[in-house]
Ligand binder design. Sequence first.
Ligand SMILES: *[C@@H]1O[C@H](CO)[C@@H](O)[C@H](O)[C@H]1NC(C)=O
Ligand SMILES: *[C@@H]1O[C@H](CO)[C@@H](O)[C@H](O)[C@H]1NC(C)=O
Ligand SMILES: *[C@@H]1O[C@H](CO)[C@@H](O)[C@H](O)[C@H]1NC(C)=O
Ligand SMILES: *[C@@H]1O[C@H](CO)[C@@H](O)[C@H](O)[C@H]1NC(C)=O
Ligand SMILES: *[C@@H]1O[C@H](CO)[C@@H](O)[C@H](O)[C@H]1NC(C)=O
Ligand SMILES: *[C@@H]1O[C@H](CO)[C@@H](O)[C@H](O)[C@H]1NC(C)=O
Ligand SMILES: *[C@@H]1O[C@H](CO)[C@@H](O)[C@H](O)[C@H]1NC(C)=O
Ligand SMILES: *[C@@H]1O[C@H](CO)[C@@H](O)[C@H](O)[C@H]1NC(C)=O
Ligand SMILES: *[C@@H]1O[C@H](CO)[C@@H](O)[C@H](O)[C@H]1NC(C)=O
Ligand SMILES: *[C@@H]1O[C@H](CO)[C@@H](O)[C@H](O)[C@H]1NC(C)=O
Length: 528
Amino acid sequence: MARTLILSSLLLAASSANPISRDAANNTMVYSFDDVTPCTDLIWTPCYTNFTCARLIVPLDYAEPTVGNTTIAYIKLSSPTQPAEDILFNPGGPGGSGVDSVLNANAELLNKLGTSYNLIGFDPRGVNNSGPSLSCFPNDPASEELFASQIKRPINSKSPESVVREFEIMGAWGDWCSNVHRNDSAKYASTVATATDMLNYAEKKAVAEGTKPEEAKLWYWGVSYGTVLGSTYAALFPDRIGRLILDGVVDVETYYKGAWGDLSQSDEAVLSFATACQAAGKDKCAFYSSTADEIAKRMRDVLEDLRTNPVPVADPAISPVPTLVTYEDISFTLFAGAYVPFKTFPMLAQIFADLEQRNGSSLALAVQAQPPTALDYGGLLACMDNIKMPGVYNISTMELWEQHIEDLNNQSKWAGDPWASVALLCRKMDIVPPESQRFLQVPSANKTSFPILFIGNTVDPITPIVGARKMSGLFPGSVLLTQESVGHTSLAALSECTSHNVQQYLEGTLPAANTTCKVESAPFITEV
Ligand SMILES: *[C@@H]1O[C@H](CO)[C@@H](O)[C@H](O)[C@H]1NC(C)=O
Ligand SMILES: *[C@@H]1O[C@H](CO)[C@@H](O)[C@H](O)[C@H]1NC(C)=O
Ligand SMILES: *[C@@H]1O[C@H](CO)[C@@H](O)[C@H](O)[C@H]1NC(C)=O
Ligand SMILES: *[C@@H]1O[C@H](CO)[C@@H](O)[C@H](O)[C@H]1NC(C)=O
Ligand SMILES: *[C@@H]1O[C@H](CO)[C@@H](O)[C@H](O)[C@H]1NC(C)=O
Ligand SMILES: *[C@@H]1O[C@H](CO)[C@@H](O)[C@H](O)[C@H]1NC(C)=O
Ligand SMILES: *[C@@H]1O[C@H](CO)[C@@H](O)[C@H](O)[C@H]1NC(C)=O
Ligand SMILES: *[C@@H]1O[C@H](CO)[C@@H](O)[C@H](O)[C@H]1NC(C)=O
Ligand SMILES: *[C@@H]1O[C@H](CO)[C@@H](O)[C@H](O)[C@H]1NC(C)=O
Ligand SMILES: *[C@@H]1O[C@H](CO)[C@@H](O)[C@H](O)[C@H]1NC(C)=O
């Protein structure tokens, strides 16, 4: 699922605050966005102990204000030093919640940005606390849960049943969601609409400060899908850029054609587990062998065994019901682990060591910690973006689907299966944004009011560095910073050099051409 591009689910802590207060006075501390009064002006209400929250009323369609309004949610972690610029953050997806990132993962973000700026998380249109609603089961959480329980982690290419099932269920999902949203405002949630909301934020902030809104400029950091949002913004509003950091760069041309995700470095990223395990030694890596090749072979043996022999788990301390862990579970967990190797490798080593003994407990626990597969709305958002795109990738038949699976598996032995179904998301999805909210080109701009900073890792399982080079080439004057690490986005590792360069950029100084940053993180030794 698109889930696998979503950083929030993989990178960020999952804890969530409990809404308590019902009083919505602006000076009363609130613990729910329901208690923040929506307004067309930017008014901040203290929230969640350490933050302030705001909800902006925006037109569903900036080009057609009579259609109706919706609201966008913002959360601010203020710098101790004021006045300070506001930096908007997008965590990826599409469908990731920036409110969640700033609320629950701000330490990681400030590690890169420093504390001289206000960090603003926002929920893009259709996500979490922002409208319009994209739920395909409105007011029916029980059905939503039932559907989620039917979706297996995609797919096992050697099981014809799994391949057919995925094709058909994704078609049913598309038909269902399209019908639910046939006549409603879900269609006003494309990337263009959200990019315009970012400009609107900058303008409302200017109004609140008594400066000219038409001269306001955006400061923004987007990771993963956030680079699609950021580059689209830059193409639409090239002279409205204060600072723009695009990190873990998606090849936006393929995104808009519905064929996103590039697996050219996936195997290298996954196999870095074997190399790191061997290097870490017996005491640190539970799946140690004396050579990396031997570790890789044992990993493959475990996967191939699980394809046909799922492992039962019948320990009430692990799962409240008897369950199976499967090939789909381990291949997804391994691929997702390669996004954040420093965090996940020790756990993966334990999982593989246990599975080799046909003990599925640790994998069952890891699967429970993952969010449900199908039910973020990233698919709907991504499909709105490409639905009218000329040359859109269109897997309309079983033959094309089988060929696609073969093609991806040729590209990557480890990521082909876990990534394949992303291409099915739009198979029957038919939610069409208004003309004013479509962007049917590759984002580019010959001149931006401040140069864009692109950041790429040397090895990234889903947005390899070639994408960053390509996108940087489409924005003359931009610079590309390379972080020497495995993982997805610079957040995958700690690097004083990257943090330093990012902070210099924010202060107005670009990194020198071809700057490469070493990292302090070490697999099996540090956690980030
Ligand atoms: C949605 O936002 C709330 C705050 O209103 C946050 O606690 C929660 O983690 C977010 N949920 C998701 C799924 O991102
Ligand atoms: C509270 O917010 C509303 C708008 O939501 C505003 O009109 C009102 O002036 C605010 N009250 C205070 C005490 O700030
Ligand atoms: C608020 O900040 C304090 C000090 O940094 C921290 O200990 C606490 O956990 C934070 N609370 C929330 C809800 O984020
Ligand atoms: C949208 O909100 C504005 C400001 O509150 C209001 O003036 C306008 O009538 C609303 N538009 C619609 C179509 O409801
Ligand atoms: C959508 O609108 C059309 C025409 O007005 C109507 O026939 C159809 O029943 C509506 N569909 C839904 C799901 O509300
Ligand atoms: C399965 O492995 C875990 C370690 O991850 C261990 O604690 C547990 O006892 C094992 N279960 C069985 C049935 O051997
Ligand atoms: C995809 O292909 C099917 C079957 O050829 C066709 O009906 C449909 O219009 C195509 N969709 C797009 C978006 O091109
Ligand atoms: C995948 O690779 C095999 C063996 O190299 C080749 O025969 C086949 O045509 C390739 N399939 C695709 C879809 O590229
Ligand atoms: C950039 O400049 C080239 C050459 O002048 C032109 O063809 C192209 O349309 C321009 N692109 C944009 C996005 O302005
Ligand atoms: C940066 O790298 C590119 C591609 O490798 C190369 O063409 C260029 O000369 C380098 N620039 C500098 C200043 O080293």
